[in-house]
Design a protein around this ligand. Sequence first.
Ligand SMILES: *[C@@H]1O[C@H](CO)[C@@H](O)[C@H](O)[C@H]1NC(C)=O
Ligand SMILES: *[C@@H]1O[C@H](CO)[C@@H](O)[C@H](O)[C@H]1NC(C)=O
Ligand SMILES: *[C@@H]1O[C@H](CO)[C@@H](O)[C@H](O)[C@H]1NC(C)=O
Ligand SMILES: *[C@@H]1O[C@H](CO)[C@@H](O)[C@H](O)[C@H]1NC(C)=O
Length: 477
Amino acid sequence: MGALQWIAMVVFCATFFQICRAVDSSADDKLLSLPGQPRVSFQQYAGYVTVDKNQDRALFFYFVEAETDPASKPLVLWLNGGPGCSSVGAGAFTEHGPFRPSDGGSLVRNDYSWNKEANMLYLESPAGVGFSYSANQSFYDLVNDTITAQDNFVFLQNWFLKFPKYKNRDLFIAGESYAGHYVPQLANLIVKSGIKFNLKGVALGNPLLEFSTDFNSEGDFYWSHGLISNPTYELLSAVCNTSQLWRERIGGSSLSASCSKVSDQLNAEIPDAIDSYDVTANVCLSSGASLLGVQNNPLTPRSRLFSSAESLQEALSQQKAQENIDLCVQEETFVYLNRKDVQESFHAKLVGTPQWTFCSSVVLYDLRNLEIPTIDVVGSLVNSGIRVLVYSGDQDSVIPFTGSRTLVEGLAKKLGLNATVPYTAWLEDKQVGGWTQVYGDILTFSTIRGGSHMAPFSSPGRSLAMFAAFLSGKPLV
Ligand SMILES: *[C@@H]1O[C@H](CO)[C@@H](O)[C@H](O)[C@H]1NC(C)=O
Ligand SMILES: *[C@@H]1O[C@H](CO)[C@@H](O)[C@H](O)[C@H]1NC(C)=O
Ligand SMILES: *[C@@H]1O[C@H](CO)[C@@H](O)[C@H](O)[C@H]1NC(C)=O
Ligand SMILES: *[C@@H]1O[C@H](CO)[C@@H](O)[C@H](O)[C@H]1NC(C)=O
């Protein structure tokens, strides 16, 4: 071959390669296999989508295609809350992804993975959470709901450029806790934009929808579950209620004298070994773990700080799984996602942060945004014909089902939606899975009996049954 021909060949190949990449750039994101992973038949992808080219800001995603017949199944975008917690660590590896880390560095199959019903897209958002990053670190100094929703919206548009065959697929957006802000706000942007996304529904688990109603339901929940004394319950109603306590906690300055007294009483009566996100569960007793929450992330389930992955690994080897639920799965996930080989397989990089964490230690989220009500945004989605499910693990004392139920009932009244399925128990595997009520065939409230703040973790079978019903648009029975 002559030199000229050879050059032509190279140019052609390079051009051809570019075309291939433009047509299906998702090929770069395909995962061969994760370290310690059992063989599976479905495809997995992970990587970055740039949301701001000038500032080099990019969001990390983990995409798990449905276990069988992905072409016939919907696309579900999943967001965890915090604000600032990771959807890969919490959603995928703790709650409803295909694998759970176990000791010894292997992954085990999750029999109740949500990819049995849908193509699952886990998004770490906003930048600064998990493996998502902003090269310009000033971005982290003030992040809020507006910025998060906008970046998530840009993410979704750009993700569809990588995965065009999902563009016209039925789309659902689901999330938990502070995603009671993220999910409705993103859905609202999509509806308002007029871009055709095929958004069919949203699902919100133990969501923060309205500050006072949600947080004031905590006191009654503590008392009715026997966690506090009568005198403390009286203090909560007469001196400083739980929403006031939250308002002062996130306010940044020290607590008022009255709330401080109530806070001391609560701390004295509710031991550290009670997981307030699952009041009937036992906790992972990894020694050396501090019960300090990551200060910037108020709605962080069981957040603990560890000095290093090694000290955690040591602690974990002393504590083993109980019954069917591995109480230490969050800790094992922390170790797993901080392995170099795991990060390489995931196409993930750490930018401006020394390690992957469950909840961001760099993002300074505007916590005043917790007080923005999103229940009316949910109402406008319903008015746009988007199916809404609000579900609650009924053992969560942080965003108790009672507050969510009051809010959904109030919304139904406001929208003039009558009950189309009356309040009724639903069954899963011959046992009561929880209770449900449907309004106007479009707005559903469901509890998951025995479920935690992270219901798919604590009640995987019931959660999967509820998820399947939600996607199919059929009421739970
Ligand atoms: C970095 O981000 C901040 C805040 O978003 C912005 O004001 C600043 O101009 C950015 N710096 C550069 C070099 O782009
Ligand atoms: C978020 O920050 C931007 C920029 O400072 C501001 O324009 C916007 O109003 C803020 N949004 C909220 C909900 O606080
Ligand atoms: C309880 O909370 C509500 C809503 O934040 C507030 O308006 C009310 O004054 C509070 N009551 C007490 C006794 O703290
Ligand atoms: C809802 O129920 C009320 C009272 O039974 C009735 O007056 C109203 O017409 C119903 N609304 C719809 C939309 O069915």
